[in-house]
Design a protein around this ligand. Structure first.
Ligand code: SF4
Length: 434
């Protein structure tokens, strides 16, 4: 259920996309690679770190606020599940392997910085399935030493000791989607779990993993400040090494967009965020990114790579990739529907669409991510990751400084507290003209 998978790709596909260039799957992969490698105006002298994202698209039930590529698996929810109603684990894993094999030429030789298995609800997959997945990944890709491998898990979707099975399969970090400890709020969010199951999941996570994340939401339907504070107090009492806190927002094409619940007013939501920021700090968690809080040594390496405009290969239904080549940055999107994705991936053609990030868009895309980090970004890294000179952001940077939204020295740009509070205004200064 990671936000990185929600980006839409609207530009036209390259001639090689869709596996529809008329050749064999191998010929189409080669044609796509040649297309990515052709000369161009930009110059990238160093490639950024490369992460791997794997999307497992099924959930027990679709939450009414969710706009991720997640699909209800009705079979899994059926009373007394039979083999026929089980998830198509084996076929999906076969598809992921075929997808990865076809994705190798453009990333050949690049080590993998981190792995994130997201969804959907990955904890619907058995530990044996995750072991096979990670075995395939290790067989085909060089993982960096101490590579962080995160798996998303939802309370109410696993039996006891399943988390230990994931740990034994090679997962190093668990991210638990708790959202709230209040049964009424969990019902309003359409979650399948209750507070008791959330607490049990966190206890299992803490017992099985040295590092783990707890996801919490605020500004929930009808939520008061006191209720938000009670949720946070419960979360902090569990001493999570990492906490992600998101405001509930109404996204297009969701049940809540059609039937909007009564949400707290903006002023109240701001008060909640102030309380969250204050109490997490008092609890020893540093707000190192707009929505992410961590104890020393427990930042999410995978997410930091996104925020630093690193590269990522996304495998699985609807997964997104961002890949840098000598002369361009390319985004890819895999087929979104799980059945279609499996068929396409097994035929060696999982990429539905790919497009080059326009040169004039790169500065904005960079700051959109990098200014989410409390420590901002190094000027040299901006040049390295965008292939642009500092001239490209000189004017908006000066304006942001004049408005008190950033500070800077010769090395680094940092958002101020005000810049953090008005992040979208700050980011908008970097939009390309027109
Ligand atoms: S558990 Fe709910 S929010 Fe998470 S991916 Fe599934 S449907 Fe979306």
């Amino acid at each position: 259920m990671s936000s990185e998978t929600s980006r839409s790709a609207e530009a036209a596909a390259t001639p090689a996309a869709n596996g529809g260039a008329g050749g064999t799957a191998n010929e189409n992969v080669a044609a796509r690679l040649a297309h990515y490698m052709r000369p161009g105006e930009s110059r990238f002298f160093a490639l950024p770190p490369l992460a791997l994202y794997v999307h497992l698209p099924w959930c027990l039930r679709k939450c009414p606020y969710c706009d991720f590529n997640s699909h209800e698996w009705r079979g899994a929810a059926a009373e007394g599940s039979t083999a026929d109603s089980a998830l198509p684990e084996t076929r999906y894993l076969d598809a992921l392997r075929a997808d990865l094999e076809a994705a190798l030429p453009p990333i050949w030789g690049r080590p993998i910085h981190s792995v994130f298995i997201g969804g959907g609800t990955p904890s619907l997959f058995s530990p044996a399935a995750i072991e096979r997945l990670l075995g395939d990944v290790r067989a085909l890709l060089p993982l960096e030493p101490a590579c962080e491998i995160t798996l998303e898990a939802n309370p109410g979707t696993f039996e006891r000791d399943r988390f230990r099975g994931y740990r034994a399969a090679g997962v190093t970090r668990l991210s638990v989607g708790v959202q709230s400890f209040d049964d009424a709020k969990l019902r309003a969010l359409g979650r399948v779990h209750d507070a008791r199951q959330a607490l049990a999941a966190v206890a299992e996570a803490a017992a099985a993993f040295e590092t783990w994340n707890l996801d919490l939401m605020y500004a929930l339907p009808g939520q008061t400040l006191a209720e938000c504070e009670a949720d946070l107090a419960q979360a902090l009492a569990l001493r999570p090494p990492h906490l992600s806190v998101y405001q509930l927002t109404i996204e297009a094409n969701t049940y809540f967009a059609k039937y909007p619940p009564a949400l707290p007013a903006d002023d109240l939501a701001s008060e909640m965020l102030d309380a969250i920021t204050e109490r997490t700090a008092a609890g020893g968690l540093e707000r190192y990114e707009v929505s992410a809080f961590a104890r020393p040594g427990h930042r999410a390496a995978h997410n930091v790579n996104y925020w630093q405009f690193g590269d990522y290969l996304g495998l699985g239904a609807g997964a997104h990739s961002k890949l840098t080549f000598a002369h361009r940055v390319v985004r890819q999107v895999r087929f979104r529907d799980p059945a279609r994705y499996m068929a396409q991936a097994l035929a060696g053609a999982a990429v539905a669409q790919d497009d080059e990030v326009a040169r004039e868009q790169l500065a904005f895309e960079y700051v959109l991510n990098a200014l989410r980090l409390r420590e901002g970004f190094e000027l040299a890294r901006f040049c390295e990751r965008t292939g642009l000179t500092l001239q490209a952001i000189a004017a908006p940077l000066a304006e942001a400084e004049r408005r008190g939204l950033v500070t800077r020295d010769r090395v680094r740009v940092r958002p101020t507290a005000r810049g953090f509070d008005f992040l979208s205004d700050l980011q908008a200064l970097f939009l390309p003209p027109g």
